[in-house]
Design a protein around this ligand. Structure first.
Ligand code: CU
Ligand code: CU
Length: 332
């Protein structure tokens, strides 16, 4: 895939704002040509702003609203059996900026990694038009309950072809979707996945709702991730903390689509939360850390006791230092 020389170790030494106050020996940036090619520039001193943990000086790609569409789900609709919910997903090969100055030659649904949030209410008829605009055969495999011929395993959609998936949305919870063409590891790691939220018949109580898809990017093709993110951009929520209200429950639809590493995790500072595995039952755990295998997902509900700035991150420290960390800005 590339001839990059950036190793995980070098990135850990250089690319992480989390290692504040430590003189940084290397810093990874992409060449102007992009396309998987990265280079390490050695320098002996701390770059101004490089060690910032939070705010404008954090090296994260994108503007303050670039990830809004992947963070904030469309609103839930009331239960209305048989209503049709239609989406169009187009597979598209595209370079995406996954860390500041570092691009990744992704395979995307609708141009982003993760792909768009699909949302339906239980008993809606979900209709997803899939257009393969990429150079490889792809599918969409949905987690949840559906007929065998809507499973996205056998119905391979070639480049230039299309397929329509249609089934009643169930069960309620945080589901997900991903390509199921082979080699599966490659099709998932390249970026073909996203969140699929199914709302229950009885609406959940009001909350500020967020979606976080945990993932990783192997930008040098060595079979190990060089960056870890939620919603596709390393350190993004450290540069742009998420503003929430103490008076309102924060509900996070959380999923793990990280390839190469066995697990990923979500840890919150200064607070506990309810974690509903899959979100399909009332069963929850009261904790400040959850781990998920690839394909696992669930619903996190936080009622903040205090205002202030609270960190959230993978509790694999290495993942946090390679991009998977951010902050909530809790206000009244
Ligand atoms: Cu695929
Ligand atoms: Cu799966």
């Amino acid at each position: 895939m590339s001839n990059s020389r950036v190793t995980r170790k070098q990135l850990l030494l250089g690319a992480a704002p989390a290692v504040a106050a430590v003189p940084l020996g290397g810093y990874a940036v992409a060449s102007a040509a992009g396309a998987d090619r990265t280079a390490v520039h050695e320098h002996g001193d701390v770059r101004p702003g490089h060690a910032a943990m939070i705010g404008a000086d954090v090296p994260a790609p994108g503007g303050p609203h670039d990830l809004d569409g992947l963070l904030v789900p469309p609103p839930a609709l009331p239960h209305s059996p048989g209503r049709v919910r239609e989406y169009t997903l187009t597979a598209d090969d595209r370079e995406v900026e996954v860390a500041q100055g570092v691009t990744f030659a992704a395979w995307t649904y609708n141009g982003t990694v993760p792909g768009p949030i699909i949302r339906a209410t239980e008993d809606d008829l979900l209709r997803v038009h899939f257009v393969n605009g990429g150079a490889h055969p792809h599918t969409i495999h949905f987690h949840g309950i559906h007929p065998a011929d809507m499973d996205g395993v056998f119905e391979i959609v070639g480049p230039g072809e299309r397929f329509t998936y249609e089934f009643p949305a169930r069960p309620a919870g945080m589901q997900l979707y991903h390509c199921h063409a082979t080699p599966l590891k490659k099709h998932i790691h390249k970026g073909l996945y996203g969140a699929f939220v199914i709302d229950p018949k009885e609406p959940r109580k009001p909350a500020q709702e967020l979606v976080m898809v945990m993932n990783g990017f192997d930008t040098d093709g060595d079979g190990e991730n060089n960056f870890y993110t939620v919603n596709g951009k390393a350190f993004y929520y450290a540069k742009y903390p998420i503003r929430v209200r103490r008076s309102q429950t924060v509900r996070i639809y959380l999923a793990n689509l990280t390839e190469f590493d066995l697990i990923n995790s979500f840890h919150l500072h200064g607070e506990f939360f309810r974690y509903y595995p899959t979100g399909s039952t009332d069963h929850f755990e009261y904790t400040d850390t959850v781990m998920q295998c690839q394909g696992e997902r669930g619903i996190v509900e936080i009622d903040f006791h205090s205002t202030g700035t609270f960190m959230f991150h993978a509790h694999q420290s290495e993942f946090a230092e390679l991009g998977w960390m951010g902050f909530f800005d809790v206000v009244d």
